[in-house]
Design a protein around this ligand. Structure first.
Ligand SMILES: Nc1ncnc2c1ncn2[C@@H]1O[C@H](COP(=O)(O)OP(=O)(O)OP(=O)(O)O)[C@@H](O)[C@H]1O
Ligand SMILES: [Mg+2]
Length: 267
């Protein structure tokens, strides 16, 4: 029997911490290693979809037409639709989202974060689990019901921490959701946008090493302008600057995750 995909949700209620950056480039790094990867854009801002396609913000109408019937909101609203992830490049696929996800999320899950998450996203992942080695979910900021569903669907949770910002918070909202729903999912902190010259970066690194040694990735994603530029061009870092520090960091992260899984990631 074919192995079941590992579902990784990248979540943090805090915005701008590098969730989408991590989903795009971790997925590309795993695809470079011949893993079959499906990314899911579970954010109505659809930054991940933008980063994979290079349509401008003004082309929202075009985007809605382009993805009609194959966006995450369509599948969640109607589980009968056969799921057709779109090919981004070799080994790498995307289930996109559009602004319509915002309209639908209220009716799909209710507005109340304290409601129990539905099983719809988890079921969707189960439907495609035999086709992929990894399913990697991007989530929106804020204490949204979508984030709770991403947490519920995950085998592994990654919580990016923005090292530019000492007050970035350590994903407290994520732990609130895990506690409320009795989720005991293995979770790891990922330091992003790290700059050694910044006190905030050094402080966060020390704090995580002292207080979350087992739950932090050894790999640190450093601030690297190529990562920024690649995303704006609709490319991943391996397409844009394969020899950059950003590419090297995401290669290391992919290797670390594969080794965690090999050791048996379940706690
Ligand atoms: N390592 C990095 N080096 C340089 N720029 C980065 C890096 N990581 C993220 N960025 C930039 O920081 C900004 C925020 O990153 P990103 O969009 O991935 O965060 P996010 O957590 O997904 O945000 P949101 O909560 O709005 O979805 C983006 O402009 C991105 O290009
Ligand atoms: Mg994002």
């Amino acid at each position: 029997m074919k192995k079941k995909a590992i579902t990784i949700s990248i979540i943090n209620n805090k915005g701008g911490v590098g969730k989408t950056m991590t989903v795009q480039n971790l997925s590309a790094a795993l695809a470079e290693r011949e893993e079959m990867v499906c990314m899911i854009d579970l954010d109505s801002q659809h930054n991940l979809t933008n980063r994979c396609e290079n349509l401008s913000r003004e082309e929202e109408e075009l985007r809605i037409c382009k993805y009609e019937g194959c966006a995450i909101e369509d599948y969640l609203a109607n589980p009968e639709i056969p799921i057709r992830p779109l090919m981004v490049k070799k080994n790498l696929f995307l289930i996109p989202s559009t602004i319509r996800l915002a309209e639908l999320s209220a009716s799909l899950y209710g507005m109340n974060i304290n409601e129990r998450p539905s099983d719809k996203l988890k079921d969707l992942c189960n439907d495609i689990q035999n086709k992929f080695g990894f399913i990697i979910i991007d989530s929106e900021p804020g204490m949204s019901a979508l984030m709770a569903n991403a947490a519920k669907a995950a085998d592994i949770i990654i919580i990016p921490i923005n090292c530019q910002d000492a007050l970035s918070g350590a994903g407290e909202g994520v732990f609130g959701i895990m506690d409320n729903n009795n989720l005991d999912t293995p979770h790891y902190f990922l330091q992003t946008m790290f700059e050694n010259r910044l006190k905030s970066s050094r402080d966060i690194r020390s704090k995580l090493t002292e207080e979350a040694y087992e739950n932090r990735f050894y790999t640190i994603i450093k601030r690297n302008e190529h990562l920024n530029i690649a995303g704006n061009l609709g490319l991943d870092i391996f397409e844009h600057a394969p020899k950059s520090g950003g590419a090297s960091d995401f290669k290391d992260l992919a290797a670390e995750i594969l080794s965690i899984i090999k050791r048996g990631h379940k706690k």
